[in-house]
Ligand binder design. Structure first.
Ligand SMILES: [Zn+2]
Length: 409
């Protein structure tokens, strides 16, 4: 099949072109490709499907389970133009979460391996096609916070690592000195110094081992000034600010680390934009509305491309840069052959219509019963999405195509 008459986002701007797809892969990109079946993309902008490097779908291993199913959150992903999600699984019992997505996911899926120290099982999982480790410097699930020795043990073996970087020594001290209270205490107990100091230490190890280290969900503009690291941004750290925690329903907006503001002017510094999607409905958040019992996490997987593309157009920034952050760089970090309009890559492609303007309204999305971005104005809509070369979203209609597990190559 050949997608014809599209405007393709390239590093030198929008270019007229055609994309040929065969057996799930992009086989040619160019002009005047001759072939049988044609898909007319007139008036639409063609770009690679999004790769969301950070999602927590059907998360059932923490104190509070998310309110979604694999089906629901991956349908939302597809409607938002994301064709690959990268979730997390523990190095012990790694395949239990992988299998949970099989046959249920409406987009392709991949996993980071959660581990706070080096082990033989990391090598085995890497050989199997999962090369990135998620490391926590705060307690997570049943594990204590990882320290610099733990991190070094993984980096010296050549793994790429994504780090949740907050200083638990400082945070636990602050929490122990605060009583029960509102969500503004969450912000106070997790100051930006906690992230900056931790990222600074980690940057030393990253340089020492010449490793790819990605700081997950960067919340402080100052963290972005530290050299030698990669940076992941999220919608909430870019578009929300501390005023949300003083609202009457401030508990809804709680994330770890919290949103601090001051990020919108720094967007170009990020290597990638992810969501850190956690689908919690209002009721679940409300059941845990007081500090320190708050439930961090926001439903956002459907909004990443629309919000980022809107931001780039409004600021007059090149769309190519948005494509790098939304698709190319997260695919590269995980060593996945998707996220680019290039011969040999998986035919995960979206056609975006910049002519439509709409206002975010949780009732019209495919996620939780609320959204942190209610009322935001959006430019453009995902009209069509191809998943492994198959049309999966047809002018806003879900066709029921299922995604597959993808491995590093
Ligand atoms: Zn996360």
């Amino acid at each position: 099949m050949i997608i014809k008459n599209a405007k393709i986002v390239t590093s030198s701007g929008l270019e007229d072109g055609e994309v040929e797809i065969e057996n799930g892969k992009i086989t040619r990109v160019g002009k005047s490709i001759v072939g049988e079946k044609a898909f007319d993309a007139r008036g639409l902008v063609l770009m690679p499907g999004g790769v969301d490097n950070h999602v927590h779908i059907e998360k059932d291993y923490l104190k509070v389970r998310t309110d979604d199913t694999v089906e629901e959150s991956t349908i939302a992903s597809l409607f938002g133009g994301t064709t690959t999600v990268v979730d997390f699984s523990f190095s012990e019992n790694f395949y239990s979460r992988v299998n949970k997505f099989q046959g249920r996911s409406y987009v392709n899926f991949h996993f980071h391996v959660i581990a706070n120290s080096y082990s033989q099982s990391l090598e085995k999982i890497k050989k199997d096609g999962f090369e990135t480790v998620k490391f926590f410097t705060i307690p997570y699930a049943n594990s204590p916070p990882g320290n610099m020795g733990d991190l070094a043990s993984i980096l010296e073996k050549g793994f790429s690592v994504m780090v949740h970087a907050e200083d638990w020594d400082l945070i636990s001290t602050l929490i122990s000195r605060m009583g029960k209270g509102g969500s503004e205490l969450h912000l106070k107990s997790r100051p930006e110094e906690s992230e900056i100091s931790m990222a600074l230490k980690i940057s030393y190890l990253a340089r020492m081992y010449n490793s790819k280290v990605l700081i997950a969900h960067v919340s402080s503009p100052q963290t972005l000034e530290i050299p030698g690291l990669m940076y992941e941004g999220t919608l909430h750290h870019i578009f929300l600010d501390p005023s949300y925690y003083s609202k009457e329903n401030g508990y809804l907006y709680v994330t770890s680390p919290p949103a601090r503001g001051g990020m919108t002017e720094k967007v170009e510094k990020f290597d990638m934009i992810s969501t850190d999607h956690n689908w919690f409905n209002r009721k679940t958040k409300e059941e845990h509305k007081y500090f320190p019992d708050l439930v961090p996490g926001l439903p956002t997987v459907e909004l990443r491309l629309p919000m980022m593309l809107t931001y780039f157009v409004k600021k007059g920034l090149p769309l190519w840069k948005a494509v790098e952050m939304n698709s190319i760089n997260p695919a590269k970090f995980n060593n996945l052959k998707t996220g680019e309009i290039k011969e040999g890559y998986s035919a995960d492609i979206i056609l975006y219509d910049f002519n439509e303007k709409w206002i975010i309204n949780s009732r019209e999305l495919h996620m939780a019963d609320w959204t942190p971005f209610e009322g935001f104005e959006i430019l453009g809509k995902v009209r069509y999405a191809f998943l492994n070369g198959e049309l999966a979203l047809d002018n806003g209609e879900l066709l029921g195509v299922k995604g597959r597990l993808i491995r590093s190559c």
